[in-house]
Design a protein around this ligand. Structure first.
Ligand SMILES: Cc1cc2nc3c(=O)[nH]c(=O)nc-3n(C[C@H](O)[C@H](O)[C@H](O)COP(=O)(O)O)c2cc1C
Length: 201
């Protein structure tokens, strides 16, 4: 097994995620995504991490998928700053990421969309994510409408459904230590390389 490159936060993250996949009861890739309006009103919700791009600076980041007409999507269109927080209870570990969100390429979004089940793809069309719903019936009616519309043909990706990549400017790893003297290591991208420093717990 190659040695862990501790100078690269994506490598450290991948190693922690691997451990979380073995110890978490479900959704080790669940992460809280915080966004904010341009005037600074924050909101936070869970999403699933669907990939990391282990490239330095603006080419790298943490990828999630969503409906860009949702509340989070609209906040990101107006203010691309975001933060992620993973918490793996089974490992007593936390990872925090801060940066700006860029939209993934159409080819990347299509590839991930097409890997999902047909029902999930129809669901992406049927759900007007974050907008008011009169009741379960309305959602079921929309699912039936889109299922009929696409019939046996392919289900294309809705234009508003895509991925966001949080380009990490900082990544903080926190691990539990006895007597609440936890370890905190922060990686910060300085435009050329990652710098690390420790913080008081
Ligand atoms: C464990 C978990 C994973 C979720 N994953 C996603 C996801 O990957 N993408 C997504 O759009 N919503 C996901 N959701 C739903 C969001 O938390 C949220 O309800 C939805 O995206 C609407 O958020 P918004 O109104 O702030 O945009 C997930 C919820 C949970 C509890």
């Amino acid at each position: 097994m190659p040695a862990l490159d501790e100078s690269n936060p994506y490598a450290v993250f991948a190693a922690w995620m691997k451990e979380a996949e073995q110890s978490e009861p479900n959704d080790p890739n669940a992460v809280a995504l915080a966004t904010a309006t341009p005037d600074g009103r924050p909101s936070v919700r869970m999403v699933l991490l669907k990939g990391i791009v282990d490239e330095p600076g603006p080419d790298g980041g943490f990828v999630f998928y969503t409906n860009m007409d949702s509340r989070k999507g609209n906040e990101l269109k107006a203010n691309s700053r975001a933060a992620l927080c993973f918490h793996w209870k089974s490992l007593r570990r936390q990872v925090r990421v801060e940066g700006s969100v860029t939209i993934v390429s159409d080819a990347e979004a299509d590839a991930y969309f097409n890997s999902r089940s047909r029902d999930s793809r129809i669901g992406a069309w049927a759900s007007d994510q974050s907008r008011p719903l009169s009741g379960r019936m309305e959602l079921e009616r929309r699912v039936a409408q889109y299922a009929a519309r696409f019939a046996l043909g392919p289900v294309p990706r809705p234009p508003h459904w895509t991925g966001g990549r949080v380009i990490a400017e900082s990544v903080e790893f926190w691990r539990d230590r006895p007597f609440r003297l936890h370890d905190r290591v922060v990686y910060e991208w300085d435009g050329v390389s990652w710098r690390t420093r420790r913080l008081f717990p």
